[in-house]
Design a protein around this ligand. Structure first.
Ligand SMILES: N[C@@H](CCC(=O)N[C@@H](CS)C(=O)NCC(=O)O)C(=O)O
Length: 218
């Protein structure tokens, strides 16, 4: 099996967390591709041009981070991260919310690569609104999460990934679309989420990080 992704030591990669929880990391080879690089080979793996992409044991490709997560979770016979009971719908809603924060963050960032005078500000503000509203929803979820720290599921994984990405890239702070955005720190106005994040950072699969150096030296 092969994972094609852009490693970053500061970032909690949801696919790696799920593989770690399923105890199959050593069965996966890793390949770096940066989708926006001129010579990227990501197109050979994913017609949609995005990381992460994956090659299954039978050689067939799989893409969409959450689909890869679901595939890897099927190897987890002890505590699967996609629960097989009625809680799955709340969990999936949290999963999509967390992943949506990641997507909106990426989109603002990519737009900000253009000359500032060319920015589509309305579009960026709309993505900013999504981040703010999603964080508000996750803040309410985190109140419950804090009461059940023994539970761990894909909603947590996607949220931890998104929050770590907001630390790695802070396009809200960088773009200053709204007054005071230069001080934006998601942890400040989301005490439950922030407490939960600090606790979850101790979980071995979340603690596990991989950087470019780890792959090139393999
Ligand atoms: N939520 C998506 C995010 C994928 C995504 O947007 N990846 C970015 C990382 S930079 C990418 O590859 N972008 C390239 C593009 O949009 O063409 C997933 O998990 O598959």
């Amino acid at each position: 099996m092969k994972l094609i992704f852009t490693p970053n030591r500061e970032y909690i990669h949801k696919v790696l967390v799920v593989a770690h929880e399923a105890n199959i990391l050593e069965k996966i080879t890793l390949e770096i591709q940066v989708p926006f690089d001129e010579n990227t080979k990501i197109w050979n793996y994913n017609p949609l041009g995005k990381v992460p992409a994956f090659i299954k044991a039978d050689g067939k490709p799989l893409f969409g981070g959450l689909v890869i997560c679901e595939y890897l979770d099927s190897f987890n016979k002890t505590s699967p991260l996609f629960p097989n009971d009625k809680t799955i719908w709340d969990v999936k809603r949290q999963m999509i919310t967390g992943d949506g924060v990641f997507d909106a963050t990426t989109l603002i960032r990519v737009e900000s690569w253009r000359e500032k005078s060319d920015w589509n500000k309305e579009y960026m503000l709309r993505e900013r609104t999504k981040i703010m509203r999603a964080l508000k929803m996750l803040e309410r979820d985190a109140e419950e999460w804090l009461k059940e720290m023994n539970k761990f599921h894909i909603g947590h994984v996607a949220t931890a990934g998104a929050l770590s990405y907001l630390y790695l890239r802070n396009p809200i702070q960088d773009c200053k679309l709204v007054p005071d955005d230069e001080k934006f720190d998601w942890a400040k106005n989301h005490p439950n989420l922030s407490s939960w994040f600090n606790e979850i950072l101790e979980r071995p699969s979340i603690k596990f990080r991989i950087g470019k150096e780890d792959i090139t030296s393999r």
